[in-house]
Ligand binder design. Structure first.
Ligand SMILES: C[S@@+](CC[C@H](N)C(=O)[O-])C[C@H]1O[C@@H](n2cnc3c(N)ncnc32)[C@H](O)[C@@H]1O
Length: 162
């Protein structure tokens, strides 16, 4: 089994010992691992809400052309890139892991309509301007991204999900 890289609280890449920091450190180690390993990722042609691309696909999101969309916990941002590239959405994609955003930037840094941001989801929502749609794929289950946390933090007036 692969060993999870642990930066340790004294490492400058680690933000400390809080649950949020431990969560970010784990995903930062994960992203670092895949950068080093040059893990190939295929493009997505629709939103895959669950394993093996189960779920309602893109249709549940409605028409996204020129809509302001926020993707929380975007990881390498394949879903966010799909919405910007194929459905003409204007997407801000946020992830708390700098290495996950590094993976996204190396691939989609020049993609029109996509902005990639390193930030904690709850903190980002507390100051963000309203969006037409906020969504997350395979990320809500992780620490710090729970719906109650988002509900408490969201001042945008935008429903989380749709
Ligand atoms: C399983 S990955 C999913 C990535 C992407 N949504 C996808 O489906 O390909 C979960 C992502 O959520 C991010 N994440 C976890 N907690 C977060 C938080 N509190 N704020 C922002 N991003 C978070 C992690 O860094 C990780 O990149």
């Amino acid at each position: 089994m692969e060993q999870l890289h642990n930066w340790g609280p004294e490492d400058p890449r680690s933000a400390g010992n809080s649950p949020e920091s431990i969560n970010t450190d784990a995903w930062t180690a994960y992203g670092h691992h895949h950068i080093q390993r040059l893990t190939p990722l295929t493009e997505v042609e629709q939103i895959g809400w669950g394993p093996s691309y189960t779920g309602p696909g893109d249709a549940i999101l409605g028409v996204l052309e020129a809509r302001r969309v926020l993707n929380l916990g975007c990881g390498p941002a394949r879903h966010a890139a799909h919405l910007a590239r194929d459905l003409s959405a204007v997407v801000d994609a946020v992830d708390s892991s700098p290495t996950q955003i590094q993976r996204a930037r190396s691939r989609y840094g020049d993609l029109p309509g996509l902005r990639l941001v390193v930030a904690d989801a709850a903190k980002y929502l507390s100051t963000a301007v309203p969006y037409d749609l906020i969504y997350a794929v395979n990320a809500v289950a992780f620490r710090g991204l729970g719906v109650p946390v988002l509900g408490d933090s969201a001042t945008t007036g935008t429903p989380v999900g749709r």
